[in-house]
Design a protein around this ligand. Structure first.
Ligand SMILES: Nc1nc2c(ncn2[C@@H]2O[C@H](COP(=O)(O)OP(=O)(O)O)[C@@H](O)[C@H]2O)c(=O)[nH]1
Ligand SMILES: [Mg+2]
Length: 314
């Protein structure tokens, strides 16, 4: 076995950090590492915390870390910011906030930014989670900023998704329009110490009531929290536990994870094709020949694309 993989499995923190760097930089070693680690994964439970910036996600994660550490669980946190091309940059504040856990070997916190390839963020986050999983972390939390496509993608990579909203933000409905309604297993209305919390809860309830459900559907609870004062956090953890139990029944978790694996394979294919296409276009089209031919109407974009694709023999 690859030395790094061996050290990751033994739980060595420095090696875990190095492994995630390998993945983020998309080094050739990345696939090799994941191939070795994959069969050691599957024990961790993955929780996604998503919602608008400033909603209190990091504050909540910080409290959840404490709670799970109290249960002797090892906790890994991946703070995902699609708007940041550099890992760590935009969410440095989060690191500072969670720094008190820095000396606890049972906690691993890492910020991850976009890698610039199609589906790259979802892929690198999933891979980073696999590293933590193989290293023996029991709970892995993805904190994702915002409500865009990347978050929906990342949310698809976890077992339980918690949507954090805050009263009076004015964009509640917008949040739900973005498809987040479908992915949320639990609604956490944070900053319940502020005005408008009841209205927010009622609105969410109304939106939920129009969601198509049958007897076997998990009814997402709407919880009120004051994360900064650790109010409602235990209830949230308990709701996550209930959702986990729901998934464990009738093989739902197996099914969910199988669907996830399929989407991961899809993602790897797309990611590599995207990379290939970029490299191929740079090589061919910057020579000018094709571009000039296209521009002068000697050929057309479809013909050029199809000629490239043929090289792939698909
Ligand atoms: N009033 C109030 N403020 C909170 C609460 N939870 C977090 N905050 C504050 O909201 C701000 C943003 O929190 P943060 O956790 O960084 O949000 P994130 O961007 O979603 O990760 C910080 O100043 C927190 O102290 C809460 O329950 N009530
Ligand atoms: Mg944050």
């Amino acid at each position: 076995m690859n030395e790094l993989a061996g050290k990751i499995i033994s739980g060595d923190i420095r090696s875990i950090a190095r492994g995630i760097t390998v993945i983020e930089n998309d080094d050739a070693g990345s696939a090799l590492l994941l191939k070795e680690l994959y069969r050691h994964t599957g024990q961790a439970y993955l929780i996604g915390i998503t919602g608008p910036p400033g909603g209190g996600k990091s504050t909540l994660v910080d409290k959840l870390i404490k709670l799970y550490r109290g249960q002797k669980k090892k906790v890994g946190v991946l703070a995902v910011d699609p708007s940041s091309p550099f890992s760590g940059g935009a969410i440095l504040g989060d690191r500072v906030r969670m720094q008190q856990h820095a000396t606890d070997g049972g906690v691993f916190i890492r910020s991850m930014g976009s890698r610039g390839h199609l589906g790259g963020l979802a892929l690198s986050t999933s891979d980073a989670a696999k590293i933590l999983d193989a290293a023996g972390y029991d709970i892995i939390i993805f904190e994702t900023v915002g409500i865009g496509q990347s978050e929906v993608e990342v949310a698809g990579r976890v077992d339980t998704t918690v949507l954090v909203t805050v009263p009076g933000l004015g964009d509640d409905v917008q949040v739900l329009k973005a498809g987040t309604m479908e992915i949320a297993d639990i609604f956490a209305v944070n900053k319940a110490d502020r005005e408008g919390v009841e209205r927010c809860v009622i609105e969410l309830g109304q939106l939920l009531s129009i969601k198509e459900m049958d007897q076997s559907t998990f009814l997402p609870p709407i919880l009120q929290l004051v994360a900064k004062d650790n109010i409602g956090v235990a209830e949230l953890a308990s709701a996550v536990g209930k959702h986990r139990e729901y998934l464990m029944a009738d093989n739902r978790l197996d099914q969910k994870r199988k669907a996830r694996l399929k989407s991961e394979v899809h993602n790897i294919i797309i990611n590599r094709l995207d990379k290939w296409a970029r490299a191929r276009l740079t090589r061919e089209m910057e020579a000018g020949e094709d571009l000039e031919g296209l521009y002068q109407k000697r050929t057309d974009p479809y013909t050029v694309a199809e000629r490239f694709i043929k090289e792939l023999q698909i």
